[in-house]
Design a protein. Structure first.
Lengths: 69, 395
């Protein structure tokens, strides 16, 4: 799985060769295009999920403050 | 803590070398770098809540403020209170000083909050030329434990801001203060994260995230009770989990702008750990503008996981490891989300409305089905509701 991830990450990285020009980013700048647009809300969601499932991490959100279980 | 692991056994240490050379390579790319913006002045206040069919109710009002003090620096502070009735689960043992909700007095089993958790946080975002460093500190306290979390992130934009590389580190230290029992049951959690976000096309952005976490210390939940049948009777025993856990997760997400003002987000995460829990999570979120600057979002998330290797439907008194924690059982879950964000509150004229203000509302309906019945409620299916209502004000 890790190898797949490394390949994916490198593929994403090298795709930057085909860069989107600054004047083409109007849609990318829209709030609906931002992952975890509200970090505090995302952290609270992450905290809730972490306490109900055995899997955690790689969500881009920062939970914390209570190490239950 | 990560360095203590033998390189052959812990893949992330080997991969860390790859990360290092990859990072070295990309950080050396000249002339492609544009500075990131630090967070703007904002005040946010939320009232959040959780309730489930296992009888747990949590209310957690929270407040945060961000202040940009210069072009390249902003500070933030936050405060959160958890009022938890989770401890109304009556334990058979004198549960004292564990890092989960515990009753301030023995027993519980009523509808009043059994535990209050206060969380304070603060942090700084600072631009060092084109790079951004983020440092945050969280301090959380209950009557019988404290938790300190330090997070650090380093963000490097590349390729005319089309690529964002982020390296993160989180260290969480929980300390317990037993009042009637004499045990040392601290818990440390260390997480390293690597993240790349890439603009693929004028309408598409993708992200890949890898996280590696080491938990060490007391990892059982002593509120839980393992019932062990014997030939003549039953014995009630405390759970015993291993005292370390290596957790890994790799995820990828894609966000695509469709139609005039809508987006579809798709995500997949694979999780695996050395307790043999493996999980697949798929999520999707559709967001669209309904009028003016009002946004509605509808999401669905599914999760499936296998059980931990030491999770069993029944135990003998000779078992070295015991658990009844539903999080460690085989399970499938679905989470439906509805979120709204709007600058003007409909039907309520007296609430303030302006371009800097945003009201937000989110409701989640969550269903989890485990392979075995829960140790306390005797139910296999958990239904939970999570809500949030708040305001964000840019000043």
């Amino acid at each position: 799985m890790l190898k797949v991830f490394v390949l994916l990450a490198l593929a994403i990285l090298f795709s930057s060769c085909a860069a989107v020009k600054p004047w083409e980013r109007e849609k990318l700048a829209d709030p609906i295009m931002i992952f975890n647009e509200n970090p505090i809300d995302a952290g609270i969601q992450e905290h809730f999920i972490e306490h109900r499932e055995g899997a955690a991490g790689a969500t881009g959100a920062q939970s914390g403050g209570c190490g239950c279980g | 803590m990560l360095r203590e692991q033998p390189a052959r056994k812990v893949g992330a240490v080997v991969v860390d070398k790859n990360w290092f050379f990859t990072l070295l390579f990309v950080l050396c790319l000249p002339g492609l770098i544009i500075a990131q913006d630090v967070p703007q002045n904002e005040i946010q206040a939320n009232m959040s809540g959780y309730a489930d069919n296992f009888g747990v109710v949590v209310l957690y009002p929270n407040f945060s403020i961000t202040r940009k003090v210069s072009d390249g620096t902003s500070f933030n502070g936050r405060f959160l209170v958890d009022a938890v009735s989770a401890a109304s689960t009556k334990s058979r043992f004198e549960v004292d000083g564990v890092t989960s909700a515990t009753s301030r007095e023995n027993g519980g089993a009523d509808n009043t909050p059994d535990d209050l958790r206060f969380q304070f946080g603060g942090g700084v975002n600072h631009n060092f030329g084109d790079r951004t460093a983020v440092l945050n500190l969280l301090y959380s306290t209950e009557h019988d434990y404290t938790s300190t979390t330090i997070t650090g992130n380093f963000i490097q934009p590349l390729a005319q801001n089309n690529t964002i590389v982020q390296v993160g580190f989180v260290r969480s230290m929980d300390k317990v203060f037993p009042q009637t029992r004499f045990w040392k049951r601290d818990l440390n959690v260390t997480t390293a994260t690597f993240q790349i976000t890439q603009n693929l096309t004028p309408r598409t952005v993708v992200q890949a995230i890898y996280s590696h976490t080491k938990n060490s210390g007391h990892l059982s939940d002593n509120y839980q009770v393992v019932t062990v049948p014997t030939t003549t009777d039953v014995v009630y025993m405390e759970p015993i989990h291993p005292n370390s856990r290596i957790r890994r997760a790799a995820a990828t997400r894609l966000n695509y702008h469709i139609f005039t003002r809508s987006s579809v987000q798709l995500g997949y995460r694979y999780y695996w750990d050395d307790w043999e829990v493996k999980g697949h999570t798929i999520s999707t979120l559709f967001q669209t503008y309904i009028r003016d600057e009002s946004i509605i979002g509808v999401g669905i998330r599914t999760h499936q996981q296998s059980k931990a290797e030491f999770f069993k439907k029944s135990y003998t008194i000779d078992d070295e490891l015991r658990t009844v924690d539903p999080k460690l059982d085989g399970a499938s879950a679905v989470d439906l989300q509805l979120k709204l964000s709007f600058p003007k509150f409909p039907f309520v004229k007296w609430l303030p409305a302006n371009e800097n203000l945003k009201y937000q509302f989110a409701l989640n309906w969550y269903r989890r089905e485990t392979d075995s019945a829960d140790w306390h409620s005797r139910l296999k299916t958990l239904y939970a509701y999570n809500f949030n209502f708040g305001v964000r004000y840019h000043y």
